[in-house]
Design a protein around this ligand. Structure first.
Ligand code: SF4
Length: 280
């Protein structure tokens, strides 16, 4: 059994989450540069230039990448051989979020109740997901996720007979409905299978897959590439203002499902892609 102090995890979260608010995910940044060399639409090129300049200013002047500082989504892989010592892990994560957002004057973007809507003033609480995995490590992904892209995500409970065509139709109609709202270029995450709640988790988790990897099943890897082509063929482009690069990638995650169900979820990230990774 490996002992890890939750205070140690908190300190690492503070460091990583602070940086995530000021620095674009490096691979995403590189892709924007590449897209600028390939984009043929003049408006699309201007949007990409603006995004690159924005990232440069944020980094140099330590300004948030976007005014929408997001609600912090946390994905934890907890090794089964880890013994956590100290305060409750979820409590130290909340404390870390509070510290990062108040000390860096990042916009508090969370309300305490969905209908009465009082701002919590410190961007807490975060949304935390746990998975227990083999081993003696703790891996944490922290994603400050903007409201614009989150608001465009969709879950649909398709009937099994709708099959592949139903999935494709849902993805394309979700993209058309989303248009400029998720602040493209985006990564489209797709969950297929599981049940109503798990499919949304799959779609959002898919977005976080390591850069440059495809679904390990060639059937779904091909579907990712096919959908990427179809989405970009709509011509929505950067900013949704026309061009070749609306989606940077399509990533699919699947899970077994019930014989009577075909759950599908479509999730979007946005051009302010912020992601912090911690491994202890
Ligand atoms: S969706 Fe992303 S880029 Fe758009 S306003 Fe929100 S955080 Fe900013």
């Amino acid at each position: 059994m490996r002992r890890i102090k939750t205070e140690e995890i908190k300190n690492k979260i503070i460091d990583a989450l602070t940086k995530a608010n000021f620095y674009l995910v490096p691979e995403f940044h590189e892709f924007l540069k590449y897209a600028l060399t390939e984009e043929t639409s003049e408006t699309g090129r201007q949007v990409l230039k603006d995004l690159l300049e924005n990232a440069e200013i944020a980094e140099k002047e330590r300004l948030p990448l976007c005014q929408d500082t997001g609600m912090v989504n946390v994905y934890i892989e907890l090794g089964q051989e880890v013994f956590l010592e100290g305060k409750l892990l979820t409590d130290v994560i909340t404390e870390a979020v509070r510290e990062v957002y108040t000390q860096n004057y990042l916009r508090p973007s969370v309300v305490n109740d969905p209908l009465r809507r009082l701002n919590t003033k410190d961007n807490t609480p975060p949304i935390v997901h746990f998975e227990v995995v083999p081993g003696d490590k703790v891996k944490i992904l922290l994603v400050p996720k903007g409201g614009g892209s989150e608001q465009m995500c969709q879950v649909a409970m398709l009937a099994p007979h709708q099959g592949m065509e139903g999935v494709k139709e849902l993805v394309i109609s979700s993209v058309k409905r989303a248009g400029p709202n998720p602040c493209p270029p985006v990564i489209v995450g797709i969950g297929i299978g599981g049940n109503f709640d798990y499919v949304a988790y799959l779609a959002k988790k898919a977005i976080l897959r390591p850069w440059g990897t495809r679904n390990t099943d060639p059937f779904y890897a091909n579907l990712e590439l096919e959908l990427l082509k179809e989405i970009n063929a709509l011509g929505l482009g950067p900013g949704g203002l026309g061009g070749k690069f609306y989606a940077i990638d399509v990533r699919i995650e699947t899970y077994p499902t019930h014989i009577a169900q075909l759950p599908v979820a479509v999730a979007f990230n946005c051009n302010s892609f912020r992601l912090a990774k911690i491994e202890i």
